[in-house]
Design a binder for this molecule. Structure first.
Ligand SMILES: Nc1ncnc2c1ncn2[C@@H]1O[C@H](COP(=O)(O)OP(=O)(O)OP(=O)(O)O)[C@@H](O)[C@H]1O
Ligand SMILES: [Mg+2]
Length: 354
């Protein structure tokens, strides 16, 4: 009987609906696939039959589509910008994972940005059920990130995690298996890219695309002054439409991205100011853990630590923290039940608005 039950749960999966990537994890293998959150449709045919490509294949088509194809990023700025496309993308990816094993309906844990409304949460739940799930658990992203960063969220100790993704930065304080506080801001990776793009246009009359701006951020972006500045060539178009190239350095990019980084620090500070006194001491001791791709910005830990006057650490492989947390939830039924039970109240838009 027991092994039968275990077998029944063995094909449960978890899905992180991120702005830039959709990640799927299984109990056995951990991270199974990570695909860009992009769908390519036949124009005027935005339904299941009109899907041309999903994920990596669709990403390659962005900006290069012929007239009869259109690419959509269903999740934007941490919210569902196009629900129909989101539903199609979720169903496509779940069906891809279950191609070979259709024997038992899985339970699916879905990790959503905190900013998603209750209506959208229900709609995501519906889409996942339609895709063949037996049961759906919605878990808040900062909770999954905290678990993935190795924090023991069940202990009666406060921990603060700052997950900086592409569309949202989410600040969460966990204790006793729940999110005591959570605050999200739309200032995250995409905004930092936009700051670089605007800076190059305003200061150098150089027009580049968002993907080029993201590459510059990764290559030479830094939150603090580096002892040895990094340099990289930047190619784009000038005001007259001519293709041109110039050399950029990390110090100029640091100034360009200072504003969005200050805004992220501001959001964290807002949460710190309202942490209940008992937990505040824990945060002073434990510090702040950074997760999400934004945690990879050079020197961001030092920058935040200087501004907030608290210790700040970057989680191991911060890009993978959420998927690691989801895998742990799949593997530990007790943890899932405890976190889900407590997390539910916070998944409703009950978190404080500052
Ligand atoms: N080495 C790097 N340096 C700086 N930023 C990086 C690096 N690698 C990835 N990023 C940024 O991290 C972001 C993606 O992170 P992540 O996968 O955590 O986001 P997401 O989960 O898709 O988004 P969200 O949680 O907002 O929905 C992108 O903005 C990307 O540019
Ligand atoms: Mg994320």
């Amino acid at each position: 009987m027991y092994s039968k039950l275990v077998g029944l749960f063995a094909n449960d999966i978890a899905m992180d609906l991120g702005t830039s990537n959709i990640v799927i994890c299984t109990k056995k293998d951990g991270l199974l696939l990570s695909e860009p959150a992009v769908v390519a449709f036949k124009k005027n045919n935005i339904d299941r039959k009109g899907v041309v490509a999903v994920g990596k294949e669709a990403q390659l088509m962005v900006g290069k589509t012929p007239k009869n194809i259109t690419t959509i990023r269903p999740m934007r700025d941490g919210v569902i910008a196009d629900f129909k496309a989101t539903e199609i993308m979720i169903r496509f990816l779940i069906e891809k994972v279950y191609e070979k094993s259709r024997f038992a309906k899985p339970r699916i844990i879905v990790c959503l940005p905190q900013e998603v409304t209750q209506v959208e949460r229900n709609a995501v739940k519906d889409a996942v059920l339609k895709a063949g799930a037996r049961e759906v658990f919605l878990v808040a992203e900062p909770m999954a990130a905290a678990i993935g960063a190795g924090i023991d969220v069940l202990r009666p100790t406060g921990h603060m995690v700052v997950d900086i993704g592409a569309g949202t930065s989410e600040v969460g304080v966990t204790s006793l298996g729940g999110l005591v506080l959570c605050q999200a801001s739309r200032v995250a990776g995409n905004r930092i890219d936009k700051a670089i793009l605007d800076f190059l246009r305003q200061e150098y009359n150089l027009h580049i695309g968002v993907r080029a701006a993201e590459s510059i951020k990764m290559e030479i972006g830094s939150a603090v002054k580096l002892d040895e500045p990094l340099v990289a060539p930047v190619k784009g178009r000038d005001n007259f439409g001519f293709l041109t190239k110039l050399e950029m350095d990390s110090e100029k990019i640091r100034k360009a991205i200072k504003e969005p980084l200050n805004q992220i620090a501001f959001t964290v500070r807002n949460v710190i100011e309202v942490i209940p006194a008992d937990l505040a001491g824990d945060i002073v001791d434990n510090g702040i853990v950074l997760t999400g791709g934004g945690g990879l910005i050079r020197g961001l830990d030092k920058f935040l630590s200087d501004v907030l006057e608290l210790p700040v650490f970057v989680a191991d492989e911060p890009l993978l923290a959420v998927s690691r947390g989801l895998t742990k939830l799949l593997q530990d039924e007790k943890l899932l039940q405890q976190v889900y039970g407590r997390d539910k109240s916070h998944i409703l838009p009950k978190h404080i608005k500052l």
